[in-house]
Design a protein around this ligand. Structure first.
Ligand code: ADP
Ligand code: MN
Ligand code: MN
Ligand code: MN
Length: 357
């Protein structure tokens, strides 16, 4: 970048004005693509209900017919903008028709209903989501760090690995990590994954709907950073066919009763309820998950429900610490990397708290 461009993009608006820039973010027609556009506000805002609603052309995102194309954005959560900095903000929105009906890709609306149900609120559900993803070379759609048209050595040295022949893309990963902390996202950590060019970040534990808002905005920030780096972000559940690790979004979960004395018994009951609805959960846990949940790699195959302590081959894993303390949380290993967290977290709460046996 020329030094003048770099000066301009780093202008500090606070020096001369109260105005701030708000980047409105929403989920596009595929249900996983992210869209955003920006507008100027007259001053700083930190409550989403004080932000104006806005509209976009849904016929350009596969979300509305051309003759009635207006879709309305409702601001739902505010984060600090790590790209524009200052008082500028990122705004996670959900989308409605002009008549006020949530559009089909708006999974947040129903999730918010479930997660604000008094019985759910009383249980203070915490979610910790592990987002695995793969970096791809832009023009060939082949993993970052892999020889073009060829393969790296077999898996083994890459998970949490270091060194130029084992860790590919750390600058992107670390930029994303700090940008998320800056934004006010409750990011837990990052690590290199089993397949080279594959990484993970975790969100949480965060309460209720906020875990999903945070995960979506963290995905958005990652897309913006990979865009700058000229690398393509993939959250496909099995980006490379064959004996290569898939990509999941393990969802860690606890309620107040699970975190309190006697919690392990509550956890076992919840797992029993999840087993009864295994098929429904699997159907909602991400497109293409059948390519990942073959049972060949970590996590049980799609048609089997299996749980265990410290068992990474299971559908649901309870940690040793939880078993030992007799309370804590469990990990649902089934969701794929491209899942919609609004769907997954609200469904877990619905099955384990609202469904009566
Ligand atoms: P793994 O060993 O499966 O790789 P990670 O360390 O990557 O686990 O992720 C664990 C996740 O669990 C983190 O996102 C963390 O925030 C979350 N977590 C920790 N404690 C709880 C809890 N009590 N309830 C829900 N989630 C939790
Ligand atoms: Mn992990
Ligand atoms: Mn992982
Ligand atoms: Mn995990």
């Amino acid at each position: 970048m020329s030094s003048l461009l770099s000066d301009l993009i780093n202008l500090n608006l606070l020096d001369i004005t109260e105005k701030v820039i708000a980047e409105y973010i929403w989920i596009g027609g595929s249900g996983i693509d992210m869209r955003s556009k920006a507008r100027t506000l007259s001053g700083s805002v930190n409550d989403p209900s004080k932000l104006p609603k806005w509209s976009y052309d849904g016929s350009s995102t596969g979300q509305a017919p051309g003759q009635d194309s207006e879709v309305i954005l409702y601001p739902q959560a505010i984060f600090k903008d790590p790209f524009r900095r200052g008082n500028n903000i990122l705004v996670m929105c959900d989308a409605y028709t002009a008549a006020g009906e949530p559009i089909p890709t708006n999974k947040r609306h129903n999730a918010a209903k479930i997660l604000s149900h008094p019985d759910v609120v009383a249980e203070e559900p915490w979610f910790g989501i592990e987002q695995e993803y793969t970096l791809l070379q832009k023009d060939v759609q082949w993993p970052f760090g892999w020889p073009i048209g060829g393969f790296p050595g077999p898996q083994g040295p890459y998970y949490c690995g270091t060194g130029a022949d084992k860790a590919f893309g750390r600058e992107i990963v670390d930029s994303h990590y700090k940008a998320c902390v800056y934004a006010g996202i409750n990011i837990t950590g990052i690590n290199g994954e089993v397949m080279p060019g594959q990484w993970e970040f975790q969100i949480g534990p965060s309460v209720g709907i906020s875990a999903s808002d945070e995960l979506w905005v963290a995905r958005y920030i990652l897309e913006r950073i990979t865009e700058i780096a000229g690398v393509v972000l993939s959250i496909d559940p099995q980006p490379i066919k064959g004996d290569w690790n898939g990509a999941g979004a393990h969802t860690n979960y606890s309620t107040k009763s699970m975190r309190n004395e006697g919690g392990f018994e509550v956890i076992k009951k919840a797992i029993g309820k999840l087993e009864k609805r295994h098929k429904e959960h699997i159907a909602a846990y991400g497109e293409g998950n059948e390519r990942r949940l073959t049972g060949q790699h970590e996590t049980a195959d799609m048609n089997t429900f299996l749980w265990g302590v410290a068992n990474r081959g299971a559908s649901i894993r309870v940690g040793r610490d939880t078993e030992k303390a007799g309370k804590g949380y469990f990990e649902d290993r089934r969701p794929s990397s491209n899942m919609d967290p609004y769907v997954v977290t609200s469904m877990i709460a619905e099955t384990t708290i609202l469904q009566k046996p």
